[in-house]
Design a protein around this ligand. Structure first.
Ligand code: NDP
Length: 277
C-alpha cells in the first residue's frame, strides 16, 4: 500500500474507505461490513466516518466491522461544528468512541467550520489528545483563508489534514489550497473522489480508461493518488468494487495520460470558492 507521512512522521494509507450512507439500510449491512473487512484485508486500512453519517449509524456499522481488527485500522471520525466546543466536544467524542467500540480515534476532524471560535475547538482537540481519546486532529471543508487563520492560533499548526472535495471534476483546490498544504507537508484527504459515482458516467473518461485497460473508477482514483500529498477515500459496497478501487494503486499515470485527463477535466484557471458536497 502506498503511504503518506503525517507531520508527526507516522505513515498512513494513501487509499482508504469512506462510509457516508453506510449503516442506514439494514438490508445492506452485511454487504457493507464485508466490503469494509475486505478492504482492510487488502490494505485500505484507513476508514473515514462522522457522527453525522446516519446520526451515528455509520460509526455503529464500522464498530461491528472492525471488532476483531481494531489494531489494523486507522480510524477517522468527525465532529459536528456545533459540537466542537470546550464541553460539547468531549461528550461528542465519547459517543463516537462508544458507537465504534474503541478507546481512541486515530484522527478526529472538525467537519466544517461553524460559530464556535477556532481557538476553542483547537483547545478541545488538544485536551482530547492529552487524555488519550484521539491521536491526531484535523479539519474538513476549510479553504486556504481558513487554514491560514487556523495556523495563527496556538497549536493550530498541529492540524494533521484538511479533508476536502477533490476529484477530476472538482479541481479548484489546485489553485491555492493544495499547494499551500503541500508546502507544509500536510496531507489533503480527497472526499467524494468519484464525485459520488457521477464521474463514472463521463464518456470521455470511460473511453480513456478503456484505452489503458482500466476502469473509470481506477483511473479517477489513480489520478488523485498521483498528486503529491493526496489521500483518497472512495466509498464502495461489495467486495468486487472494493477490489476494483484497490486496483487503482497499480495504474501508472504518465505524462501522456495526465495531459489527456487535463484536456477532459481542465485545471483551474483562477481562484474560486472551495466547493463542498
Ligand atoms: P464517492 O465519490 O466515494 O462515491 C461513492 C459512490 O460511488 C457510491 O454510490 C458507490 O456505490 C459508487 N462506487 C464506488 N466505487 C465504485 C466502482 N468501482 N464502480 C462503480 N461505482 C462505484 O462519494 P462519497 O460522497 O461517498 O465520498 C467518499 C467518502 O468521503 C464518504 O463516504 C465520506 O466518508 C467522505 N465524505 C466527506 C465529506 C466531508 O464533508 N468531509 C463529504 C462527502 C464525503 P456503492 O456504495 O453502491 O458501491
Amino acid at each position: 500500500m502506498k503511504t503518506l507521512a503525517l507531520l508527526s512522521g507516522e505513515r498512513i494509507p494513501a487509499l482508504g474507505m469512506g462510509t457516508w450512507m453506510m449503516g442506514e439500510d439494514p438490508a445492506r449491512g452485511a454487504d457493507e461490513i464485508a466490503a469494509l473487512q475486505h478492504g482492510i484485508d487488502l490494505g485500505m486500512r484507513l476508514i473515514d466516518t462522522a457522527e453525522m453519517y446516519g446520526e451515528g449509524a455509520s460509526e455503529t456499522l464500522i464498530g461491528e466491522a472492525i471488532r476483531d481488527r481494531r489494531s489494523q485500522v486507522f480510524l477517522v471520525s468527525k465532529v459536528y461544528p456545533h459540537n466542537a466546543g470546550r464541553h460539547s466536544m468531549p461528550a461528542a467524542c465519547e459517543r463516537s468512541l462508544q458507537r465504534l467500540g474503541v478507546d481512541c480515534l486515530d484522527l478526529y476532524l472538525l467537519h466544517w467550520s461553524g460559530s464556535i471560535p477556532l481557538d476553542e475547538t483547537i483547545e478541545a482537540f488538544e485536551r482530547l489528545r492529552a487524555a488519550g481519546k484521539i491521536r491526531h486532529w484535523g479539519v474538513s471543508n476549510l479553504d486556504v483563508r481558513d487554514m491560514k487563520a487556523l495556523f495563527t492560533e496556538p497549536a493550530g499548526e498541529r492540524c494533521a489534514v484538511d479533508q476536502v472535495l477533490y476529484n477530476l471534476s472538482r479541481r479548484g483546490i489546485e489553485w491555492d489550497l493544495l499547494p499551500w498544504c503541500q508546502a507544509r507537508n500536510m496531507p489533503v484527504m480527497a472526499y467524494s473522489p468519484l464525485e459520488q459515482a457521477r464521474l463514472l458516467r463521463n464518456r470521455e473518461l470511460a473511453s480513456l480508461a478503456a484505452s489503458r485497460g482500466v476502469t473509470p473508477a481506477q483511473l479517477a482514483l489513480a489520478w488523485l493518488l498521483h498528486q503529491k500529498g493526496v489521500i483518497a477515500i472512495p466509498k464502495a459496497t461489495g467486495r468486487s468494487r472494493v477490489e476494483e478501487n484497490f486496483g487503482a494503486l497499480d495504474v501508472v499515470v504518465d505524462a501522456k495520460l495526465q495531459a489527456a485527463l487535463d484536456r477532459i477535466f481542465p485545471p483551474p484557471a483562477g481562484p474560486g470558492p472551495l466547493e463542498m458536497i
